[in-house]
Design a binder for this molecule. Sequence first.
Ligand SMILES: [Zn+2]
Length: 209
Amino acid sequence: MPGKLLEEFVIPARYGRGFVVEKGQVLRIAQVEGGQVGDCAFFNADDPKETFHCGQSWAINVTAGTGTSKAFKYFYSKPPRENVMLTVLEDTYPNHWGNMGGRCSTRLYEIRDNLPPGSHRSCQENLREAVEPFGLTGDDVMDVFNVFMNVDLFTDGSFKILPTEVGPDDHIDLRAEMNVLAAVSACPADTSPTNNFRSAPLAIRIFEG
Ligand SMILES: [Zn+2]
């Protein structure tokens, strides 16, 4: 169990927020209503060139036997550093989309749903807004971890997005192994099964280690 609750807030549906989790503290990303996916970017708060790398995290965890694309224990930064940024302490819904690094964006809504550019909020926009107060830009948002996202990956290399089955009491607890700048988007996708065709809030809690 994590220690004392230090901070707690809700990220409203369709929006994002950036915040710092100090080394040793535990970040809990939790459901409010259930059924909601989050897109999470992680930076070394002291040197934001060092970011979470989805592919390398998938590769190293599978190689080391510490996880799969659906759930892994260690969140690694991109090469050449390959440091553990976050360690999973508890994961009550171990079914994420941990091998892609992508997110919904203006281009994706345009191609998939024929929506004109700028007419629908996106995780890319949310994450840009979340990191801007920390002096970063949309270009700095590298890979994201699609927490709680339910996707079938097929042997021909294709995939299918399924409705997430995450419940209202589910959460993931991540211990920061360095000072981490986290940006979390409550994915605004309401035109796909991702969030069960609607968008809901996410709760953030930060605990003492
Ligand atoms: Zn999204």
